[in-house]
Design a binder for this molecule. Structure first.
Ligand code: TRP
Length: 339
């Protein structure tokens, strides 16, 4: 326990929308697992973020539990890390309100995710979608986070978080740690299977675009077979830089721990169809133990809720300290001091 406290804090969150996909594993969860030796991890299922887009209540409820179980199945150790559901810790909403009052509309107007999502959900451009970066900043700053692993699409939000932390610290006195981004050394980006120019997204309306971590073997085989490539048939060194086939090579390389020359050596001169067949086998073999563990966790009813309750309690106790400092500095009267 005392050893745990000297470890710096790493924090990350995934929105419970869509289905966790291979892109999430490679881009995020795999790094969480690898970094848990050196960091005390805080891993959040950010349900409050996900309601910026309409969700079906029953699906949202199931997905929150399912995502938490997948964090565990991926290898996050709940004894060494804190795993919880964002809405179980009310300090996120409370701090986000305060931070909203220190965030300029000009800053929010520049956020590319807001611009993208407003285009995609034109009938529901709500205020939450707009102020979402202040909630994300609250997620991070409540825990005096040192490191935030982020993909390219979240860099802008992390920059804003850093600016808000510094702004608050300068206005009052040091209150928040200013977090650093963590850009993974091997930054393999996993792209969509049908539209390989864009990132593989777990919320894509076309399920053929992604491999879900819970896809059964026949679905994996079908999705890989249908993955878009170009009109060539044979793999060469150039294939790595071509959108469709290059992405399949990248996925194979990640799963089999190969570097670029290793992957080219393995497949040069062979058919695209060979790669697809071997890639399906690799994926099935890789996901099988993950899925077995996941189903075990989901059937042990009390186990998961015990972990989430415990995580939320630990999170609240850290968050409460930061929030009460914030309230004091901005001039809120402490409860119990009114008499
Ligand atoms: N905004 C992130 C995304 O859409 C999710 C997120 C919410 C997050 N809070 C976070 C990521 C805190 C890292 C740290 O992917």
């Amino acid at each position: 326990m005392s050893e745990q406290q000297v470890k710096p804090t790493l924090l990350s969150g995934i929105q419970p929308s869509g289905q966790l996909a291979l892109g999430n594993y490679v881009g995020a969860m795999r790094n969480w697992v690898n970094l848990q030796q050196d960091y005390r991890g805080i891993f959040i299922v950010v349900d409050m973020h996900s309601i910026t887009v309409r969700q079906k209540p029953a699906d949202l409820r199931n997905r929150c539990l399912s995502f938490a179980a997948q964090y565990l199945a991926a290898g996050i150790d709940p004894n060494e890390n804190i795993i919880f559901i964002q809405s179980h810790v009310p300090q996120h909403a409370e701090l986000s309100w305060v931070l909203n009052c220190y965030t300029y509309m000009g800053e929010l107007n520049r956020m590319t995710q807001f611009k993208d999502k407003s285009k995609r959900h034109e009938d529901n451009v709500n205020a939450g979608l707009y102020t979402y970066p202040a909630l994300m900043a609250a997620d991070i700053l409540l825990y005096q986070t040192d490191l935030v692993p982020v993909g390219a699409d979240q860099k802008q939000h992390l920059e804003l978080t850093r600016d808000l932390a510094a702004r608050f610290n300068n206005t009052y006195s040091p209150t928040f740690k200013v977090p650093e981004p963590y850009i993974p050394a091997s930054g393999a980006r996993i792209m969509s299977l049908q539209e390989p120019e864009k990132k593989m997204s777990k919320s894509d309306s076309n399920e053929n675009n992604f491999i879900a971590l819970l896809d059964p073997p026949d679905v994996i085989q079908r999705k890989i077979k249908r993955a878009v490539t170009d009109s060539a048939r044979e793999i060469s060194a150039d294939s790595l830089t071509k959108p469709g086939i290059g992405n399949l090579l990248t996925i194979y390389a990640v799963l089999n721990d190969l570097n670029e020359s290793g992957i080219v050596d393995t497949f040069a001169g062979r058919q695209y169809s060979d790669l697809k067949a071997e890639l399906s086998d690799s994926l099935v073999a890789f996901l099988e133990p993950f899925q077995t563990r996941y189903h075990e966790i989901m059937t042990e009813k009390g186990y998961l809720s015990g972990i989430l309750d415990d995580g939320a309690e630990k999170a609240r106790s850290i968050a409460r300290k930061t929030l009460s400092k914030v309230h004091r500095k901005i001039g809120f009267v402490a409860p119990g001091r009114m008499k």
